[in-house]
Ligand binder design. Sequence first.
Ligand code: ATP
Ligand code: LTN
Length: 329
Amino acid sequence: MKARVFSGIQPTGSPHIGNYLGALKNWARMQYDYESIYCIVDLHAITLYQDPQQLRRQIQELAGMLLAIGIDPAHSSLVVQSAIPAHAELAWMLTCVTPVGWLERMTQYKAKSAAQETIGDGILQYPVLMAADILLYDAKVVPVGDDQSQHVELTRDIAQRFNSLYGETFVMPETRLPAVGARIMGLDEPEKKMSKSAPGSGHAVGLLDSPEAIRKKILRATTDSHPTVDFDRLGPGVANLLTIFQAFTEWSDAQMRGHFSGMRYGDLKKQVADAVIAALEPIQQRYRQVMDETGYLARVLEEGAQRIAPIARTTVEKVKRAMGLYTPE
Ligand code: ATP
Ligand code: LTN
C-alpha cells in the first residue's frame, strides 16, 4: 500500500510563486508515488477576517489553480476542509491535550497576533486544526514550505502526547521541503517571506500575473549595491532571484555558478523574468481551460470529499473510543 501524503493551502488570495515552489510543485510531483490528499483549508483562512463573497470565490479559484498546476483527480483527492466536519471535531479533541505554552511559542502566531488589535482564539488554535488535518488521515509525509515546518513538528508533539495519554493512535508525520525554494522571499523586501496577504504590488509574483506584470515586478526587485553576481557575497535580494531561477529551471549548483557568476544584475533579472514567464505560461493556459468547463470543479471537489470522508470518520471514531467519549453501540 502507498504511504499517504496530506497538505493544505489557505484560500486567502491568489497563490504566488512562493506557494508553487515551496509546496505545490511537490504536491503535483508526489501524487504518483503516494496516496495524496490536498486540501483547501477554508477553516484556517477565517482565523483572520475574510469577506464571505470573496472567500467563496477564492475557494473556487484556488481549486481551479490546483488542477492547473497539475493536481490530477485520478491520482489525488482534492477537497475543501469545511466539507468534512471531522476536521473541526478532531481539532477540539486535540485542543484538550495541547498545552497553551506550545501554541504561544509558534512563530506564525507571534507574527500574526502582533499585527492584530484583538487576537482571535482561532489564531492561537490554528496549528491544532492543522494537526487535526494531518492526523485524521494518518499522513506520513507533509509537503510544505519552510514556514510550516514548525507546525508539522508541533503536530508530532501533539500526536506523541495523545499516544502516551490514550495509547498508540496516531502515525508520526514528516515534513517534506523542496531542495530549492523552501522559502521564497518578497521581491520588494527580501528579508520577509513572500506572502499572499502582504500588501504592495511589487511583493509577490502571482501565478496568474501577465508576462508584462511579471517582468515589471522582477526588474524592480530589490538587490544591493554590488553591480554583478558574486556567489561568495550574495545579498538576500540577489540570492532570492537566483533561487527562483534555479527552482523553476532545476539547474544544478554548478550550472548556476557557471552561468551567472559575474553577470550584471540587470541581465540576471531579465533571465529570471523569462524563466518565470515560460514556466507559468502552461499553468495559466490550463487554468483558463479548467475554469471554462462548467461543473467540472464542483464534481472534482465532491468526488474528493466522498472518497476521503470515510477515512476521517474512522479516525474520529477511533479517537472517541480511545478517550472514552460516547460512542453508540
Ligand atoms: P498567507 O499570506 O495568507 O498566510 P501564504 O502565502 O503564506 O498565505 P499559505 O496558504 O499559508 O500561503 O501556504 C501554502 C503553502 O505555501 C504552505 O506549504 C507554505 O509553507 C507555502 N509557502 C507560503 N509562502 C511561501 C514562500 N514564500 N516560500 C515557500 N513556500 C511558501
Ligand atoms: N497552515 C498551512 C496550511 C495548512 C496545512 C495543513 C499544511 C493547513 N492544514 C495540513 C499542511 C498540512 C499554511 O500553509 N499556512
